[in-house]
Design a protein around this ligand. Structure first.
Ligand code: NDP
Ligand code: HSE
Length: 443
């Protein structure tokens, strides 16, 4: 029913009342006057959909009458639908239904956007409504709107992001305290950063979804999570962290999106998530604890860095509310925000085409000719060596073996050539073990 005031409020339906939803509800209610002034009309919270009936919802601090388990009905009576349920279904169906009923939508759902974004963008276009999703990547950090709008006149060449706070916390603790991966994950769980099942974070799925969204926007092409090469942090050892430290580098889980050209001259995108060493002097190296940051390289703008909290109820709700205000303003003033831009239609290239550098640590026999043999393998695969460091390994076995630790850092080469090099090195009689292999980025 409309209010008797001269101004008709915009009806906001909130799907989800969990970590993010409860902060969104509180900020909508507590900030009502300011939000109304910023939008031009009041925003009226018309309902909050949750899954479980009968639970104490006092944390939402709203009229209990607003709580419903019938999300499908709620989306039919709103001007703006905010989805903070997460997962694929029923979030997808609810958002599609909301748009078919004429609502603009705001979502924080990276998993859904990375899996099926185009279906949602098409629905927004068809129904003449907005879909905004700033919170889906790096929580509070304004990064999608700068890429989608502020940099729309420039050419982005590379996006390098720390977009998962849990893994950044874990790697930071391993680096700063020397603790093991297992201990650091346990600490992240105790602090509430990591879930009881930390798979989505530590195996890189969360970062891969965000990489797909970043790549789509930065390169005006459709990129889904299935296109993203993914390696998590579960194989990162204290030895890798120490090897990085010895080179004045630090290990980070990076989401990397860049334009590249393969050996056949095909221009496409490399979109990947993996641990990598970056120099301690790189701006991303200073991103500590559970913070996120996204480093963007653009032709005219040069280097830009966006930094802040990537998760948590209030920080994420800040991004959600910013989107709510944006889409509400469009409804008041007429018009829409930018829709999907996928005109460039660049293909995603396989990981082998990515150009990167490697840090390789080998346990080798320390006798004449071994270094030459190792160097020959690199040369055979067209991989140029940038630096070599060697130290003798103390023999504790009593076998009087002469062994050395050989560290090789390469120049940029294709990932395919680097992998083939490592595979062949592993097969050499003089190589006792390939002890560590890690990509090097950011220099
Ligand atoms: P929570 O698990 O804390 O909350 C999910 C909410 O959705 C709960 O209120 C739940 O109901 C409700 N819900 C689940 N299924 C249904 C359903 N079928 N119908 C109606 N309601 C349902 O999730 P978060 O708040 O942490 O995350 C929400 C979204 O925000 C996700 O997409 C996530 O990826 C994204 N996000 C989260 C961040 C964070 O820091 N938490 C950061 C950035 C993005 P009930 O309360 O009854 O269980
Ligand atoms: N689990 C994510 C992180 C937050 O650790 O950054 C939600 O995207």
């Amino acid at each position: 029913m409309s209010t008797p005031s001269a101004v008709t409020p915009l009806r906001v339906a909130l799907l989800g009342g969990g970590v993010v939803g409860s902060s969104v509800a509180r900020m909508l209610v507590e900030g009502a006057d300011d939000l109304a002034a910023r939008v031009g009309v009041p925003l009226e919270l018309v309902g909050i959909a949750v899954r479980r009936a009968g639970r104490d919802r006092s944390d939402l601090r709203v009229d209990p009458e607003l709580i419903t388990t019938d999300a499908a009905e709620l989306v039919t009576r709103a001007d703006i639908v905010v989805e903070v349920i997460g997962g694929i279904e029923p979030a997808r169906s609810l958002l599609l239904s909301a748009m078919e009923h004429g609502a603009s939508v705001v979502t924080a759902n990276k998993a859904l956007l990375a899996e099926d974004g185009p279906a949602l963008y098409d629905a927004a276009h068809k129904n003449g409504v907005d879909i905004y999703f700033e919170a889906a990547v790096a929580g509070a950090i304004p990064i999608l709107r700068p890429i989608r709008e502020s940099l729309a006149g420039d050419e982005v060449s590379k996006v390098l992001g720390i977009v998962n706070g849990t893994t950044n916390y874990v790697l930071d603790k391993m680096d700063s305290t020397g603790m093991s991966l297992h201990e650091a994950v346990e600490q992240a769980q105790a602090l509430g950063y990591a879930e009881a099942d930390p798979t989505a974070d530590v195996e890189g799925f969360d970062a891969a979804a965000k990489a797909a969204i970043l790549a789509s926007l930065a390169f005006h092409s459709r990129v889904s999570i299935a296109d993203v090469y993914r390696e998590g942090i579960t194989h990162v050892t204290a030895g890798d962290i120490a090897a990085a430290a010895a080179m004045n580098h630090v290990v980070k889980l990076l989401a990397i999106c860049e334009r590249t050209t393969d050996e056949n001259g095909v221009t496409g995108l490399s979109v990947r998530v993996h641990p990598a060493m970056i120099p301690r002097t790189h701006p991303l190296a200073s991103v500590r604890e559970a913070y996120n940051a996204v480093f963007v390289e653009a032709d005219a703008a040069g280097e830009l860095m966006f930094y802040g909290k990537g998760a948590g109820g209030d920080p994420t709700a800040s991004a959600v509310l910013g989107d709510v205000v944006a889409v509400a303003r469009h409804r008041v003033g007429g018009g829409r925000g930018p829709g999907e831009s996928s005109y460039a239609d660049l293909p995603t290239l396989p990981m082998g085409a990515a150009r990167t550098r490697y840090h390789i640590a080998l346990d080798v026999e320390d006798r004449p000719g071994v270094l030459a043999q190792v160097a020959t393998v690199f040369a055979e695969h067209g991989v140029s060596i940038e630096a070599v460091r060697q130290h003798v390994i103390d023999d504790e076995s009593g076998l009087q073996q002469q062994r050395a630790s050989l560290i090789v850092v390469t120049h940029t080469a294709t990932d395919a050539a680097l992998r083939a090099t490592v595979e062949q090195l592993d097969g050499l009689d003089t190589v006792n073990e390939v002890t560590s292999v890690m990509r090097v980025e950011g220099s």
